[in-house]
Each structure stands twice: as structure tokens, then as C-alpha cells.
Design a binder for this molecule. Structure first.
Ligand code: AMP
Ligand code: MG
Length: 409
């Protein structure tokens, strides 16, 4: 049996990066950037005003005093979008709007709120105005040719905004993996139908389908198969033809009717590992056929959930091009004593909060691997390695943050 770290590493070394493709910026949400983006222009494009106000030459204000004001003639308006055609003459000013280009002969702006205007056409200056006030200089935010966005990061609202600001209507991203889901079990019934004796509702299919959607991946297919080797073989064969990743749930343990591993073997899938020294999710299976990854998640819902986020999710993110594919790990003070397993790594469903400027974490109730009903409050796992002998209240522990949860709401 291998360790959590060995399992993660084995998956990482077997996860290929997918192909790159060029898409429209407007369609890039949720993709990962596959190119370094260098600025094709300066930002700001040209020197412009940061305020609505009056634009003038600082040097011409050097003799102005409260008791000895100077008068500047107001020579009309400069609006945002006007080309720079103006040249100010001695003791001239213009009304200037936010974002409008600075005219030649001017180098400073007086905000409208502090300007003294007389007769609607004269600006009274009663003090020295330093050069550069309220001016946004060409290239001060981004120099033409400099690196603005780095490969390997998610395209979100802000990065799409940045591409637009640079005038880029296309962007190179990594493809997203094509994923199929197969749930196994004779006992499973769809939510909405009455349970027959012995049946339970299939929660895993919708849970993992939603986890994929949440990660920006629309599964190709979700199907449910009885514990029947022949039927299973047909479903697996079909799914393998068109998927980059196949996720199987249930039927991967040591039960007489757990056919998944045997059928995968018959279908030509090579086992990379089976069983990880962990709780929940010990019988986790990982295999490969060609470039396709196959995960077999033990069917208990909390095992499925934990194995998905600790193993499948990082693999999908790595394939999608993420530079940092794993759950973000932090340290927090645990609010309750926990008994470590000392044999295997344990993942506890938990909620982290900040209290009195300290990051805290509270393990939730109902930790059994067949239980997910306490997950409404969860936003992380507490990770207890087998090396820990005790975990006392107030002790620092690792937490792996989940990309779900209600946060502070
Ligand atoms: P298995 O991994 O198939 O041995 O299943 C382990 C436990 O998880 C059994 O109690 C199953 O009934 C349960 N289980 C399996 N698949 C699902 C599912 N899709 N939804 C809810 N529980 C499941
Ligand atoms: Mg089963």
C-alpha cells in the first residue's frame, strides 16, 4: 500500500498536459492561460488626466501667491477620446475631463473641486502648482513589451479584463479534459423515485458531476451500471474511447461483486496503484490506458468526495494547464482534540474561520466515510498525517482548502 504523497506523485507524473488552442477572449473564462502575455501597447496609452479639472503649465504658476494671484485664460474643453491636437500658449488653460489627453505645453492638472474660476473663462491661480499633479503617465502601469499575464494561471473576470485592456481579442489556452463518469452498484436508485427494499439513493453521480461543473468541466457522460461485469465492460469500453479521464465510483474494493479492477484489466488498462494508506478512501484505484487516466473511487460518499478533491481534481487541473493544481494547503489552530490514526493519513471534513486574527479550524460532526450530511458547512479538510501521536485543542494542523463552501456567509 502506498502513501498519500506517493499516490499524488504517481498521478502527477502520469497526467499529461493537454493541447493548446487559440480562443476568443470572451470565451476564455475558466480556461488556463497557455502563453505568457506581453503588453502590445503602453498602459496608459498616453499621458492623460486623472481628474476632471484644469490643465496648465506648472512653470507658469511659480510666481503665484495668495495675495498675488495669476489669471489663466480658459480656452475650451478637452474631452476623453479627443486626439491630442492642442498646444497651450502662455497663461492658458483648458477644462480637461478624466482620461483626456494632456495637451502640449501643459504638465499638471488642478481638480475642478479646488479650482477658482472667475467670469466663467478665467482660472485664478494663487499658489505654485507642482508639475505632474493628477496626471497618469504613458506606460506607468504597463510598459509595452513587458510580461503582464503568466502561463499556467486561471482566466477569471479580472484576467479577461486585463486582456481586453491590452486590446487582445484572442488568447492561447489549454484544452480542458474530456471526462466520463460511471457509477456502479445494484443498490442505487435515482433521486425522485421511491426506494425499493435494499435500495439507497445515488448521491455520488450528482455530487461529482457538480464538482466537475464547479471546476469548469462539463462531463461527456454520466452513467450508472449494475454490478455486472459484462455491462460494466461495455460502459467502460465506450467511455474509454472518447475520454481523457474516466472516473468510476464504487465496485473497486474487495467485495465479491466489485468488478471494476478486473474489467479495467480486461479492457487493457494498466494499474498504476490500488490502495492508499488513508481514511477515508483506502481502496482508491488509479490506472492508465494510453494517455487516458482512470480513477476508481471507493463508493462511500465521503470517500468519493475526499478522493475526488485530493486526487482527481488536481489531476484535472494539471491537465488543464494549472501551474498549482493541488488544493491550497494552510496551517490553522484546531478547535477540538482529535485522535490521530497513527497508521494512516486521515482527512476530516472541517470548517475554517478567522477568529481574533487567527486562522482556526473545527472538524465537523458525522465523519464516517458513508456520511456527507455535515458537508454543508465544510470548506476544508483537516489533514492528520500518521506521524502525529496526539492532536490537542489549539495545536496547529494542516488544512486543505476546498473550492466550495459558504465562506463567511
Ligand atoms: P462500494 O465501493 O461499491 O463497495 O460501495 C461502498 C459503499 O458506498 C456501499 O455502502 C454503497 O452502497 C455505497 N455507495 C456506492 N455507490 C454509491 C452512490 N453512487 N451513492 C451513494 N452511496 C453509494
Ligand atoms: Mg458497490
Amino acid at each position: 500500500m502506498i502513501s498519500f504523497e506517493q499516490a499524488q506523485r504517481a498521478i502527477e507524473t502520469n497526467s499529461p498536459r493537454l493541447k493548446k488552442r487559440i480562443i476568443k477572449t470572451q470565451d476564455a473564462l475558466g480556461f488556463v492561460l497557455a502563453e505568457n502575455v506581453f503588453a502590445p501597447i503602453n498602459l496608459p496609452v498616453d499621458d492623460n488626466s486623472a481628474m476632471d479639472g484644469y490643465v496648465l503649465s506648472s512653470r507658469e504658476t511659480r510666481n503665484a501667491r495668495p495675495g498675488k494671484p495669476l489669471i489663466f485664460k480658459i480656452r475650451g474643453d478637452i474631452k476623453a477620446g479627443d486626439p491630442q491636437t492642442r498646444t497651450l500658449k502662455t497663461q492658458e488653460t483648458c477644462r480637461i475631463m478624466t482620461g483626456a489627453l494632456i495637451p502640449r505645453g501643459a504638465d499638471t492638472v488642478i481638480p475642478k473641486e479646488t479650482a477658482i474660476v472667475r467670469d466663467n473663462n478665467c482660472l485664478v491661480i494663487d499658489r505654485f502648482i507642482p508639475s505632474g499633479n493628477h496626471i497618469r503617465y504613458k506606460g506607468e502601469e504597463v510598459r509595452k513589451g513587458s510580461l503582464v499575464l503568466a502561463k499556467g494561471f486561471l482566466m477569471h473576470s479580472a484576467t479577461i479584463g486585463i486582456l481586453a485592456m491590452l486590446g487582445k481579442d484572442k488568447v492561447t489556452v489549454f484544452d480542458k479534459p474530456k471526462v466520463s463518469l460511471i457509477t456502479t452498484g445494484n443498490e442505487l436508485a435515482s433521486p425522485g423515485v421511491a426506494l425499493r427494499p435494499g435500495q439507497i439513493y445515488d448521491s455520488n453521480s450528482l455530487m461529482i458531476q457538480s464538482a466537475l461543473e464547479n471546476a469548469g468541466i462539463h462531463p461527456l457522460k454520466t452513467c450508472r451500471v449494475k454490478d455486472n461485469a459484462k455491462l460494466l465492460k461495455r460502459s467502460i469500453g465506450m467511455a474509454l474511447k472518447e475520454s481523457d479521464v474516466l472516473i468510476l465510483m464504487g465496485g473497486v474494493s474487495v467485495g465479491k461483486y466489485d468488478y471494476v479492477k478486473d474489467v479495467l484489466k480486461e479492457t487493457g488498462v494498466k494499474t498504476v496503484f490500488w490502495k492508499v494508506n488513508q481514511k477515508p478512501g483506502k481502496p482508491l484505484y488509479f490506472g492508465k490506458r494510453g494517455e487516458t487516466l482512470i480513477f476508481g473511487l471507493p463508493g462511500n460518499p465521503a470517500s468519493v468526495f475526499t478522493c475526488f478533491y485530493e486526487y482527481v481534481f488536481p489531476a484535472l487541473r494539471r491537465m488543464s494547464g494549472f501551474r498549482h493544481p493541488y488544493l491550497h494547503r494552510e496551517v490553522a489552530e484546531i478547535r477540538a482534540e482529535v485522535k490521530p490514526d497513527q497508521q494512516k493519513i486521515v482527512f476530516l471534513k472541517a470548517k475554517t474561520t478567522v477568529a481574533r486574527n487567527k486562522k482556526k479550524v473545527m472538524p465537523l460532526g458525522r465523519q464516517g466515510s458513508h456520511m456527507i450530511s455535515s458537508l454543508q458547512d465544510a470548506n476544508c479538510f483537516v489533514v492528520i498525517p500518521p506521524s502525529l501521536r496526539t492532536v490537542k485543542k489549539g495545536q496547529k494542523v494542516w488544512i486543505d482548502l476546498l473550492p466550495i463552501g459558504n465562506g463567511a456567509l
